[in-house]
Design a protein around this ligand. Structure first.
Ligand SMILES: NC(=O)C1=CN([C@@H]2O[C@H](COP(=O)(O)OP(=O)(O)OC[C@H]3O[C@@H](n4cnc5c(N)ncnc54)[C@H](OP(=O)(O)O)[C@@H]3O)[C@@H](O)[C@H]2O)C=CC1
Ligand SMILES: CC(C)(CO)C(=O)C(=O)O
Length: 298
Protein backbone atom coordinates (compact mmCIF):
# COMPACT_ATOMS: atom_id res chain seq x y z
CA UNK A 1 0.00 0.00 0.00
CA UNK A 2 1.34 3.45 -0.86
CA UNK A 3 2.24 5.93 1.88
CA UNK A 4 2.00 9.69 1.38
CA UNK A 5 4.22 11.82 3.63
CA UNK A 6 3.14 15.42 4.21
CA UNK A 7 6.07 17.59 5.30
CA UNK A 8 4.78 20.87 6.80
CA UNK A 9 1.56 20.20 8.75
CA UNK A 10 0.07 23.68 8.40
CA UNK A 11 -3.22 24.66 6.80
CA UNK A 12 -2.55 23.22 3.35
CA UNK A 13 -0.63 20.20 4.68
CA UNK A 14 -3.38 19.14 7.04
CA UNK A 15 -6.06 19.75 4.41
CA UNK A 16 -4.21 17.39 2.07
CA UNK A 17 -3.52 14.88 4.83
CA UNK A 18 -7.10 14.69 6.01
CA UNK A 19 -8.54 14.53 2.50
CA UNK A 20 -6.08 11.89 1.28
CA UNK A 21 -6.31 9.83 4.49
CA UNK A 22 -9.82 8.67 3.57
CA UNK A 23 -8.32 6.44 0.86
CA UNK A 24 -4.67 5.75 1.74
CA UNK A 25 -2.09 5.82 4.55
CA UNK A 26 -0.79 9.30 5.26
CA UNK A 27 1.75 10.55 7.81
CA UNK A 28 2.45 14.13 8.84
CA UNK A 29 5.93 15.46 9.57
CA UNK A 30 6.16 18.73 11.53
CA UNK A 31 8.71 20.59 13.58
CA UNK A 32 6.83 19.86 16.80
CA UNK A 33 4.72 16.88 17.87
CA UNK A 34 1.03 17.18 16.92
CA UNK A 35 -1.99 15.22 18.20
CA UNK A 36 -2.71 12.30 15.87
CA UNK A 37 -6.47 12.82 16.10
CA UNK A 38 -7.25 15.62 13.62
CA UNK A 39 -10.53 17.15 12.46
CA UNK A 40 -11.33 18.47 9.01
CA UNK A 41 -14.20 20.98 8.81
CA UNK A 42 -15.46 20.94 5.23
CA UNK A 43 -16.74 24.04 3.37
CA UNK A 44 -20.22 22.59 3.90
CA UNK A 45 -19.66 22.59 7.69
CA UNK A 46 -19.29 18.82 8.12
CA UNK A 47 -16.68 17.71 10.68
CA UNK A 48 -14.63 14.65 9.77
CA UNK A 49 -12.12 13.04 12.10
CA UNK A 50 -9.11 10.91 11.26
CA UNK A 51 -6.15 9.56 13.17
CA UNK A 52 -2.87 10.26 11.44
CA UNK A 53 0.65 9.17 12.18
CA UNK A 54 2.63 12.29 13.15
CA UNK A 55 6.42 12.54 13.25
CA UNK A 56 9.05 15.20 13.64
CA UNK A 57 12.07 15.23 11.30
CA UNK A 58 14.19 13.65 14.06
CA UNK A 59 11.66 11.01 15.12
CA UNK A 60 10.72 9.92 11.57
CA UNK A 61 11.78 6.25 11.35
CA UNK A 62 13.99 5.38 8.40
CA UNK A 63 11.70 2.43 7.56
CA UNK A 64 8.66 4.75 7.31
CA UNK A 65 10.56 7.25 5.17
CA UNK A 66 11.62 4.45 2.81
CA UNK A 67 8.01 3.28 2.45
CA UNK A 68 6.91 6.70 1.14
CA UNK A 69 5.62 6.69 -2.41
CA UNK A 70 5.10 10.48 -2.47
CA UNK A 71 6.26 13.38 -0.31
CA UNK A 72 4.06 16.47 -0.37
CA UNK A 73 6.12 19.49 0.70
CA UNK A 74 3.67 21.97 2.24
CA UNK A 75 5.77 24.43 4.24
CA UNK A 76 5.93 28.10 3.30
CA UNK A 77 8.38 28.78 0.46
CA UNK A 78 11.13 30.15 2.72
CA UNK A 79 11.14 26.96 4.86
CA UNK A 80 10.84 24.33 2.13
CA UNK A 81 14.43 23.47 1.33
CA UNK A 82 15.56 23.28 4.99
CA UNK A 83 12.54 21.13 5.83
CA UNK A 84 13.33 18.67 3.04
CA UNK A 85 17.02 18.59 3.97
CA UNK A 86 16.10 17.47 7.50
CA UNK A 87 14.49 14.21 6.24
CA UNK A 88 16.17 13.67 2.85
CA UNK A 89 18.78 11.23 4.20
CA UNK A 90 16.01 8.70 5.00
CA UNK A 91 13.93 9.01 1.81
CA UNK A 92 14.58 6.83 -1.21
CA UNK A 93 16.29 9.12 -3.75
CA UNK A 94 13.59 8.31 -6.32
CA UNK A 95 10.71 9.39 -4.02
CA UNK A 96 8.47 11.76 -6.01
CA UNK A 97 8.13 15.23 -4.44
CA UNK A 98 5.10 17.46 -4.86
CA UNK A 99 5.88 21.14 -4.18
CA UNK A 100 2.88 23.24 -3.11
CA UNK A 101 4.61 26.58 -2.44
CA UNK A 102 3.47 29.88 -3.86
CA UNK A 103 5.97 31.82 -5.97
CA UNK A 104 8.76 30.44 -8.12
CA UNK A 105 11.77 29.90 -5.87
CA UNK A 106 11.71 26.38 -4.48
CA UNK A 107 10.42 24.85 -7.70
CA UNK A 108 13.36 25.37 -10.10
CA UNK A 109 15.93 24.77 -7.35
CA UNK A 110 14.51 21.44 -6.15
CA UNK A 111 13.77 20.30 -9.71
CA UNK A 112 17.47 20.69 -10.39
CA UNK A 113 18.71 19.15 -7.15
CA UNK A 114 16.31 16.33 -6.24
CA UNK A 115 17.27 13.06 -7.99
CA UNK A 116 13.67 11.78 -8.22
CA UNK A 117 10.61 13.24 -9.97
CA UNK A 118 9.58 16.73 -8.82
CA UNK A 119 6.01 17.88 -9.44
CA UNK A 120 4.73 21.38 -8.76
CA UNK A 121 1.18 22.12 -7.71
CA UNK A 122 -0.64 25.43 -7.64
CA UNK A 123 -3.99 25.60 -5.95
CA UNK A 124 -6.89 27.94 -5.29
CA UNK A 125 -8.17 25.75 -2.44
CA UNK A 126 -8.45 27.78 0.77
CA UNK A 127 -7.65 26.44 4.24
CA UNK A 128 -6.78 27.73 7.69
CA UNK A 129 -5.75 26.04 10.91
CA UNK A 130 -8.12 25.31 13.76
CA UNK A 131 -5.49 25.10 16.52
CA UNK A 132 -3.32 22.00 16.81
CA UNK A 133 -6.26 19.64 16.36
CA UNK A 134 -7.67 20.51 12.99
CA UNK A 135 -8.05 22.47 9.81
CA UNK A 136 -10.91 24.32 8.18
CA UNK A 137 -11.33 23.81 4.44
CA UNK A 138 -12.66 27.32 3.87
CA UNK A 139 -13.44 27.19 0.18
CA UNK A 140 -13.28 24.83 -2.77
CA UNK A 141 -10.80 25.60 -5.51
CA UNK A 142 -8.84 23.91 -8.25
CA UNK A 143 -5.36 22.48 -8.37
CA UNK A 144 -3.03 22.28 -11.35
CA UNK A 145 -0.13 19.84 -11.26
CA UNK A 146 2.82 19.20 -13.55
CA UNK A 147 6.60 19.09 -13.72
CA UNK A 148 9.01 21.71 -15.03
CA UNK A 149 10.95 19.21 -17.16
CA UNK A 150 7.96 17.75 -18.98
CA UNK A 151 9.14 14.21 -18.11
CA UNK A 152 6.56 13.12 -15.54
CA UNK A 153 3.21 13.62 -17.24
CA UNK A 154 1.83 10.20 -16.29
CA UNK A 155 2.80 10.68 -12.64
CA UNK A 156 1.08 14.09 -12.68
CA UNK A 157 -2.03 12.40 -14.10
CA UNK A 158 -2.04 9.75 -11.36
CA UNK A 159 -1.59 12.32 -8.61
CA UNK A 160 -4.28 14.57 -10.07
CA UNK A 161 -6.68 11.59 -10.11
CA UNK A 162 -5.87 10.82 -6.47
CA UNK A 163 -6.41 14.42 -5.38
CA UNK A 164 -9.65 14.64 -7.33
CA UNK A 165 -10.92 11.41 -5.77
CA UNK A 166 -10.06 12.87 -2.35
CA UNK A 167 -12.28 15.91 -2.97
CA UNK A 168 -9.58 18.30 -4.21
CA UNK A 169 -10.26 18.60 -7.97
CA UNK A 170 -6.94 18.61 -9.82
CA UNK A 171 -5.86 18.74 -13.45
CA UNK A 172 -2.51 17.61 -14.86
CA UNK A 173 -0.95 20.32 -17.03
CA UNK A 174 2.01 20.37 -19.42
CA UNK A 175 2.76 24.07 -18.78
CA UNK A 176 3.06 24.28 -15.01
CA UNK A 177 5.91 26.84 -15.31
CA UNK A 178 3.55 29.27 -17.05
CA UNK A 179 0.78 28.56 -14.51
CA UNK A 180 3.15 29.22 -11.59
CA UNK A 181 4.29 32.53 -13.12
CA UNK A 182 0.67 33.58 -13.69
CA UNK A 183 -0.16 32.93 -10.02
CA UNK A 184 3.02 34.75 -9.03
CA UNK A 185 2.01 37.78 -11.13
CA UNK A 186 -1.33 37.96 -9.33
CA UNK A 187 0.29 37.53 -5.92
CA UNK A 188 2.94 40.17 -6.73
CA UNK A 189 0.28 42.72 -7.69
CA UNK A 190 -1.94 42.10 -4.66
CA UNK A 191 -0.11 40.68 -1.65
CA UNK A 192 2.73 43.15 -0.97
CA UNK A 193 0.46 46.20 -1.31
CA UNK A 194 -2.34 44.89 0.89
CA UNK A 195 0.27 43.74 3.43
CA UNK A 196 1.93 47.15 3.41
CA UNK A 197 -1.27 49.17 3.79
CA UNK A 198 -3.24 46.73 5.94
CA UNK A 199 -6.23 46.64 3.56
CA UNK A 200 -8.57 44.03 2.12
CA UNK A 201 -7.98 43.02 -1.50
CA UNK A 202 -11.01 44.93 -2.84
CA UNK A 203 -9.67 48.26 -1.54
CA UNK A 204 -6.94 48.08 -4.18
CA UNK A 205 -9.59 49.23 -6.68
CA UNK A 206 -9.78 52.63 -4.98
CA UNK A 207 -7.42 55.59 -4.74
CA UNK A 208 -4.65 55.91 -3.73
CA UNK A 209 -3.95 52.20 -4.33
CA UNK A 210 -5.22 51.72 -7.90
CA UNK A 211 -2.29 53.54 -9.59
CA UNK A 212 0.13 51.55 -7.41
CA UNK A 213 -1.36 48.30 -8.72
CA UNK A 214 -1.14 49.68 -12.27
CA UNK A 215 2.58 50.47 -11.83
CA UNK A 216 3.27 46.95 -10.59
CA UNK A 217 1.24 45.35 -13.37
CA UNK A 218 3.23 47.34 -15.95
CA UNK A 219 6.54 46.11 -14.48
CA UNK A 220 5.26 42.53 -14.23
CA UNK A 221 4.01 42.60 -17.85
CA UNK A 222 7.40 43.81 -19.13
CA UNK A 223 9.30 41.15 -17.17
CA UNK A 224 6.93 38.38 -18.29
CA UNK A 225 7.29 39.41 -21.95
CA UNK A 226 11.09 39.39 -21.66
CA UNK A 227 10.98 36.02 -19.88
CA UNK A 228 8.76 34.55 -22.63
CA UNK A 229 5.77 33.87 -20.37
CA UNK A 230 2.63 34.17 -22.51
CA UNK A 231 0.11 36.68 -21.13
CA UNK A 232 -3.33 35.53 -20.00
CA UNK A 233 -6.02 35.75 -22.65
CA UNK A 234 -7.29 39.21 -21.63
CA UNK A 235 -3.93 40.57 -20.49
CA UNK A 236 -2.23 40.95 -17.11
CA UNK A 237 -4.31 43.88 -15.86
CA UNK A 238 -7.60 42.06 -16.51
CA UNK A 239 -6.32 38.95 -14.71
CA UNK A 240 -5.21 40.93 -11.66
CA UNK A 241 -8.42 43.00 -11.44
CA UNK A 242 -10.59 39.89 -11.83
CA UNK A 243 -8.83 38.24 -8.88
CA UNK A 244 -9.08 41.47 -6.85
CA UNK A 245 -12.84 41.49 -7.46
CA UNK A 246 -13.28 37.77 -6.81
CA UNK A 247 -11.39 38.05 -3.51
CA UNK A 248 -12.48 41.60 -2.59
CA UNK A 249 -13.31 40.72 1.00
CA UNK A 250 -10.13 38.68 1.62
CA UNK A 251 -7.31 39.54 3.93
CA UNK A 252 -4.55 38.11 1.73
CA UNK A 253 -2.11 35.57 3.12
CA UNK A 254 0.77 38.08 3.22
CA UNK A 255 -1.30 40.56 5.22
CA UNK A 256 -2.16 37.80 7.68
CA UNK A 257 1.52 36.86 7.96
CA UNK A 258 2.55 40.48 8.63
CA UNK A 259 -0.19 40.91 11.24
CA UNK A 260 0.83 37.68 12.98
CA UNK A 261 4.50 38.74 12.99
CA UNK A 262 5.43 35.79 10.73
CA UNK A 263 7.93 35.98 7.85
CA UNK A 264 6.29 36.58 4.46
CA UNK A 265 6.77 34.79 1.13
CA UNK A 266 7.96 38.03 -0.54
CA UNK A 267 11.26 36.51 -1.59
CA UNK A 268 9.55 33.68 -3.53
CA UNK A 269 7.00 36.06 -5.11
CA UNK A 270 8.86 39.31 -5.80
CA UNK A 271 12.38 37.83 -5.93
CA UNK A 272 11.99 35.92 -9.26
CA UNK A 273 10.43 38.97 -10.96
CA UNK A 274 13.19 41.33 -9.78
CA UNK A 275 15.90 38.80 -10.72
CA UNK A 276 14.35 38.26 -14.18
CA UNK A 277 14.10 42.05 -14.66
CA UNK A 278 17.80 42.36 -13.83
CA UNK A 279 18.70 39.54 -16.27
CA UNK A 280 16.82 41.29 -19.06
CA UNK A 281 18.04 44.82 -18.23
CA UNK A 282 14.57 46.00 -17.13
CA UNK A 283 14.09 48.42 -14.23
CA UNK A 284 11.56 47.24 -11.63
CA UNK A 285 11.49 50.13 -9.12
CA UNK A 286 7.97 49.50 -7.77
CA UNK A 287 8.64 45.79 -7.19
CA UNK A 288 12.05 46.53 -5.65
CA UNK A 289 10.59 49.12 -3.25
CA UNK A 290 7.98 46.61 -2.02
CA UNK A 291 10.64 43.93 -1.68
CA UNK A 292 12.89 46.23 0.43
CA UNK A 293 10.00 47.17 2.66
CA UNK A 294 8.96 43.55 3.32
CA UNK A 295 12.58 42.48 3.76
CA UNK A 296 13.05 45.01 6.54
CA UNK A 297 9.64 44.41 8.18
CA UNK A 298 10.09 43.30 11.81
N1 LIG B 1 -3.43 27.87 3.22
C1 LIG B 1 -3.92 27.97 2.00
O1 LIG B 1 -5.15 28.05 1.82
C2 LIG B 1 -3.03 27.99 0.80
C3 LIG B 1 -1.65 27.94 0.91
N2 LIG B 1 -0.86 27.97 -0.23
C4 LIG B 1 0.59 27.90 -0.15
O2 LIG B 1 0.95 26.69 0.54
C5 LIG B 1 2.13 26.86 1.30
C6 LIG B 1 1.83 26.49 2.75
O3 LIG B 1 0.87 27.43 3.25
P1 LIG B 1 0.07 27.23 4.61
O4 LIG B 1 -0.29 25.80 4.79
O5 LIG B 1 -1.02 28.22 4.60
O6 LIG B 1 1.17 27.65 5.68
P2 LIG B 1 1.23 27.32 7.22
O7 LIG B 1 2.11 28.35 7.84
O8 LIG B 1 -0.14 27.10 7.76
O9 LIG B 1 1.96 25.91 7.27
C7 LIG B 1 3.31 25.73 7.09
C8 LIG B 1 3.70 24.57 7.96
O10 LIG B 1 5.06 24.22 7.72
C9 LIG B 1 5.64 23.90 8.97
N3 LIG B 1 7.10 23.94 8.90
C10 LIG B 1 7.92 25.01 8.81
N4 LIG B 1 9.21 24.61 8.81
C11 LIG B 1 9.18 23.26 8.88
C12 LIG B 1 10.19 22.27 8.93
N5 LIG B 1 11.49 22.61 8.90
N6 LIG B 1 9.82 20.97 9.00
C13 LIG B 1 8.51 20.63 9.03
N7 LIG B 1 7.51 21.53 9.01
C14 LIG B 1 7.85 22.83 8.93
C15 LIG B 1 5.06 24.94 9.91
O11 LIG B 1 5.27 24.55 11.22
P3 LIG B 1 5.16 25.56 12.47
O12 LIG B 1 3.70 25.54 12.83
O13 LIG B 1 6.03 24.91 13.48
O14 LIG B 1 5.64 26.89 12.00
C16 LIG B 1 3.61 24.87 9.47
O15 LIG B 1 2.95 23.78 10.11
C17 LIG B 1 2.53 28.34 1.13
O16 LIG B 1 3.50 28.47 0.12
C18 LIG B 1 1.22 29.01 0.70
O17 LIG B 1 1.45 30.18 -0.05
C19 LIG B 1 -1.41 28.04 -1.49
C20 LIG B 1 -2.77 28.09 -1.64
C21 LIG B 1 -3.69 28.07 -0.53
C1 LIG C 1 -5.15 35.54 -4.62
C2 LIG C 1 -4.83 35.96 -3.19
C3 LIG C 1 -4.19 37.33 -3.20
C4 LIG C 1 -6.18 36.00 -2.51
O1 LIG C 1 -6.17 36.63 -1.28
C5 LIG C 1 -3.90 34.96 -2.58
O2 LIG C 1 -3.50 34.01 -3.22
C6 LIG C 1 -3.34 35.13 -1.21
O3 LIG C 1 -4.00 35.64 -0.32
O4 LIG C 1 -2.17 34.71 -1.05
Amino acid sequence: MSLSLILGPGALGRLLALRLAAARPVALIGRRPLPGRQTLTTPEGERRQATLRCWTPTSLPAATAREATTLHLTTKAYAAEAALAAVADRLRPDTPLVLWQNGYATQPRLTERWPGPVLCATTTEGAYLDGDHGVVHAGHGRTLIGDLDGRHGSLAERLADRLTAAGLPATPVADIRVRLWHKLAVNAAINPLVARFGIRNGQLRDRPFRPMVEDIVAEVAAVMAAEGIPPPEDGWAALVWSVVSATANNRASMLQDVRAGRPTEHDAILGPLIAAGRRHGLATPALAALYRRLESAP
